[in-house]
Write a protein that binds this ligand. Structure first.
Ligand code: GDP
Ligand code: MG
Length: 583
């Protein structure tokens, strides 16, 4: 019987997952050493520029050990909290996970969050402390803490360096010895879990699947169990760096199926594929659609709603976590209200729409969803958060949490019996989502000198003392800036927002007032002074080409402007005004 091992690499952001994956690709000869690029599996331009993984990425490798041939299916995953849905889908498709911890950083929030999901799926964990080539590495200490967390022997934690390749042998051996062979009920009716999909303009929707039972070949007639759509399989294969066709996929395998579907909605992530005849009786469990954390409205700057809808539909094939519905705004006309898993997610989606689908977008200020109204009171979403830090910073973090309406739940230590007192602390809090979605991670970084990280999950809605704050620009209410804010913070938020807007709004021919109001009360005010001169007056009588160039440039600038009452605003103001300084 074919030996197969399916596994993920999970870790906090930047702990070295994609780099370790490079070493696997090299070591197994999946790719020649001189052809490898750093973080090879980060195939999107955006991932490479930002140096982060956004998408889960499966890869198929062959490995030979002690006279046995193994098929290895590795899924590289993102580490940022906004992309947790990518991780949880990956974990449902495998039997094991390499849990990587950077030995200069120690255990961090996404280490714990991802480990918890892996344990829920009963995965075999292969613990690795990474980056031991660095002088600041503390592999023993981190191994000890990891062992405490996993209730295993510190000696079983593998020291490694994804950079130098140290420890790679041991990791691969552990992968094939410790992670179980998948169940291989090849003769049962087909059940294939769609854990991801992508849209290809020539071939249509390509489903990335884990075959749970049965087998599948090109030419067979199959059906999507949730929506009943049928198709004839055009091709099946495995993901090496490219798509490599194979004769068939069978229980235990991870691979792809070319569906030929032209509509993304026909092949949803989480659905089960089975044969039309010899159909499975029940679908696999699938995935729970993640709940959006923030919403923003997206408009095509030329009002091309159809193009934007098509782009959103295609992108949602590749990112099943976005939700959207049509939305009409007096200011911008027809567009879409889109739900995102966080602000980084929003930024990434906006950039992908612009780059991959050529959309010129206007995007409104991101907000968290509220229920209720001014008459009956508002309810706002709350999260449970885990903050990981070192004991020295606990005081500062607690103060920060309190100023963000945090409710303290618990404080625990990992590796408590360590000699030195630099053990890792886990603080648990409940927060209103609106308190932590913007700026909180920056502030956390500054009170902890960078030694804190956090992750969170939605827990539900609670009543809050909230009011509606409006922004008036030159006396006109600018609806996209209207926010529901906690009473206690209305003034501070109003001041901050008006100040930012003052910096973002270019000078115009007249003075512009910016006011934040609650009901009839003005809580903050700034003024943008008038522009002194006509932009071309300097060139009066001068060089005509230069003058035309300048006017062209202005026109170019205008395209990205939106008239709001008397004032024209650059379209990026809405996103910029509430954007945190960094992620
Ligand atoms: P990921 O976010 O977990 O996928 O992390 P990456 O693989 O993108 O690595 C993050 C950064 O750490 C990159 O700059 C890598 O070059 C660096 N890095 C990864 N592994 C090692 C290692 O073993 N040693 C050293 N010195 N640097 C590493
Ligand atoms: Mg990565």
């Amino acid at each position: 019987m074919q030996q197969v091992r399916n596994f993920c690499i999970i870790a906090h952001i930047d702990h070295g997952k994609s780099t370790l994956a490079d070493r696997f690709l090299e070591y197994t000869g999946t790719i020649e050493k001189n052809k490898i690029r750093e973080q090879m599996l980060d195939s999107m331009d955006l991932e490479r520029e930002r140096g982060i993984t956004i998408k889960l990425q499966p890869v198929h490798m062959k490995y030979h050990l002690d006279g046995v041939d193994y098929e290895l299916n590795l899924i590289d995953t993102p580490g940022h909290v906004d992309f947790g849905y990518e991780v949880s889908r990956s974990l449902a498709a495998v039997e094991g996970a390499i849990l990587l911890v950077d030995s200069t950083q120690g255990i961090q929030a996404q280490t714990l969050a991802n480990l918890a999901v892996a344990q829920k799926h009963n995965l075999t964990i292969v613990p690795v402390v990474n980056k031991i080539d660095l002088p600041a590495a503390e592999p023993e200490k981190v191994a000890f803490e990891l062992a405490d967390l996993l209730k295993c022997d510190p000696d079983s934690v593998i020291p490694a360096s994804g950079k130098s390749g140290l420890g790679l042998d041991e990791i691969l051996k552990r992968v094939v010895h410790a992670i179980p062979q998948p169940q291989q009920e090849i003769n049962a009716p087909l059940r294939a879990l769609v854990f991801d999909s992508q849209f290809n303009s020539y071939r249509g929707v390509i489903a990335h699947v884990r075959i749970m039972e049965g087998s599948i070949k090109a030419g067979e007639n199959v059906v999507m169990m949730a929506n009943g759509k049928t198709f004839t399989v055009e091709e099946v294969g495995v993901m090496t760096i490219d798509h490599k066709p194979v004769e068939k996929l069978e229980a235990g395998d991870i691979g792809y199926i070319v569906t030929g579907f032209k509509r993304v909605a026909d092949c949803r992530v989480g659905d089960t594929i089975t044969h039309v005849s010899g159909r499975a009786t029940a679908p696999l469990e699938g995935y729970r659609q993640p709940q959006p954390m923030v919403f923003a409205s997206l408009f095509h700057s030329d009002g091309d709603t159809t193009a934007l809808r098509t782009a959103l539909e295609k992108l949602s094939a590749n990112d099943a976590s976005i939700t959207f519905e049509p939305h009409y705004s007096d200011a911008f006309g027809s567009g879409f209200r889109v739900g995102f898993l966080g602000l980084l997610h929003l930024e990434i989606i906006k950039e992908r729409l612009e780059r991959e689908y050529n959309q010129d977008l206007v995007i409104t200020t991101p907000v968290v969803a509220h229920t209720g109204d001014a008459m009956n009171g508002y309810e706002e979403p709350w999260v449970k958060a885990e903050i990981i830090t070192q004991p020295a910073y606990i005081g500062g973090i607690m103060e920060l949490a309190e100023s963000h309406r945090g409710i303290y739940l618990s404080l625990q230590y990992i590796g408590e019996h360590l000699e030195d007192k630099n053990t890792t602390a886990i603080l648990e809090y409940e927060f209103p989502l609106s308190e932590i979605i913007i700026n909180f991670s920056d502030q956390l970084k500054s009170v902890s000198a960078g030694y804190a990280s956090f992750s969170y999950d939605l827990i539900g809605y609670r009543a809050g003392k909230l009011v509606e704050m409006n922004i008036l620009i030159a006396g006109d209410k600018v609806a996209p800036f209207t926010q529901i804010v906690p009473v206690s913070q209305a003034e501070a938020r109003g001041r901050e927002l008006t100040k930012r807007l003052k910096e973002l709004i270019p000078k115009q021919m007249f003075e512009i007032s910016i006011q934040a109001t609650i009901g009839a009360r003005v809580v903050a005010r700034e003024t943008v002074s008038a522009m002194r001169k006509d932009v071309t007056s300097k060139l009066y009588g001068g060089d005509v080409t230069r003058k035309n160039k300048l006017l062209d440039k202005q026109k170019e600038g205008k395209k990205k402007m939106k008239q709001m009452g008397k004032v024209s605003l650059p379209t990026n103001v809405f996103l910029e005004a509430l954007k945190p300084k960094s992620y």
